[in-house]
Design a protein around this ligand. Structure first.
Ligand code: KG4
Ligand code: ZN
Length: 359
């Protein structure tokens, strides 16, 4: 049984063919990073236009690489939200047209559920058997959520960010310091060159739900740190490097980044990781989690992976491989199989839902 899935919620146009919920026959991702990088973040209008340009070749490529015809498909799945309305609309409209023309059922998938199923699919294919309840930490540029996942993949929201998402915090700090967009990968690769204990940041104190996250205080603390020093020259040098090379190497960044700034990056990253794992650990204990799933772009972070492994949580911790951590369509197909089993199909009235929640 094969599903073709389409994902266009943010700045990647993606299509994938997955067989039996486990086997990825193809997964094509056309990244728009080069378009958005010069603006320091995703520009929604440009994103929609790029999706329009990319959607046909990306879907064709996904089918060709999977050696799959429309007649081989059981359904077409598409991300219905959350995300940018204009971007979502491109994927949804295209998926609907395919279903109409080829007489296929349409399945609508929540992007956040997709991130969780990236791990379920990959770990499952490697032989992992999930025992419930599972704790899922979804950390990306748009989301920072903790879910309790019970038998049959039912979700309960345990906590969420009250302000910035974790990836957004990485992106904003990187931008402030002249490292360009997206910030996560750069900070990830520079953090090992700094001392994570050099700058003391405090964790957010949560009133109300103590499982919620907050990153705005940390972001402000980084801003204060930069204001207390004159960083204009080094920031300008990094911006110039970014403009010149597009995507500088670690060695090139190191040439224009003094030790004090590397220490700041390492300390910032460590604080974000602590904020995430501290709350995840408490939630896991409280609910008696049998496994932890971490997914979303920030799950690529090597410091986070090492810290989660080193923490001795006493339960299996599953991270997706980097290609399945960031936005992709294979994860949307994986989540769609669940709906195919349940016979949950979408109608042609399906709309983009920018603020769709999972629970
Ligand atoms: O899941 P994703 O591709 O898109 C969203 O749904 O948001 O996540 C992108 C986010 C960006 O904020 C990016 O900076 C962050 O994930 N990211 C990372 C790393 N790689 C990507 N953050 C920290 N460390 C990384 N290695
Ligand atoms: Zn995502």
């Amino acid at each position: 049984m094969r599903i073709l899935a389409i994902e266009s919620s943010c700045d990647e146009t993606a299509a994938a063919v997955v067989e039996d919920g486990r086997r990825i026959l193809s997964s094509v991702v056309a990244s728009q990073l080069d378009t958005h990088r010069k603006y320091g973040g995703v520009v929604p209008e440009l994103a929609s236009r790029e999706h329009l340009r990319a959607i046909v070749p990306v879907v064709r490529q996904a089918l060709a690489e999977a050696d799959t015809e429309y007649s081989d498909l059981a359904a077409v799945a598409v991300t219905e939200g959350p995300g940018l309305t204009g971007s979502l609309l491109v994927g949804i409209t295209f998926a609907k047209s395919l279903c109409l023309v080829h007489g296929l059922p349409l399945i609508a998938v929540n992007h956040i559920e997709g991130h969780i199923h990236a791990v379920v699919m990959e770990a499952g294919a490697a032989g992992a058997v999930f025992e419930f309840p599972v704790l899922a930490l979804v950390v990306s540029g748009g989301h920072t959520h903790l879910f309790q996942v019970t038998e049959g993949y039912r979700y309960r929201l345990l906590g969420r960010t009250r302000d910035d998402a974790a990836g957004e915090a990485f992106d904003k700090v990187a931008k402030l310091l002249g490292f360009g967009y997206p910030g996560g990968p750069v900070i990830d690769s520079l953090a090992p060159h700094g001392n994570p204990s050099a700058v003391k940041f405090t964790l957010a104190r949560m009133k109300g739900n103590v499982r919620d996250f907050s990153f705005s205080g940390l972001k402000t603390a980084v801003l204060r740190w930069t204001e207390a020093r004159d960083l204009t020259e080094e920031v300008e040098r990094r911006k110039a490097l970014g403009r010149k090379t597009g995507r500088p190497t670690v060695a090139q960044w190191l040439e224009v980044t003094p030790k004090a700034t590397l220490d700041l990056l390492a300390s910032f990253q460590r604080t974000v990781i602590e904020e995430l794992l501290h709350r995840a650990e408490a939630a896991a204990d409280e609910m008696g989690a049998r496994a932890l799933i971490v997914s979303g772009g920030v799950a690529c972070n090597r410091g986070l992976r090492a810290a989660a492994a080193g923490r001795g949580l006493g339960i299996p911790v599953h991270f997706p491989t980097p290609a399945l951590s960031t936005d992709n369509a294979a994860m949307i197909a994986a989540a769609a199989f669940l709906k195919l089993d349940r016979g949950e199909f979408a109608g042609f009235g399906l709309k983009a839902q920018a603020n769709l929640t999972l629970a």
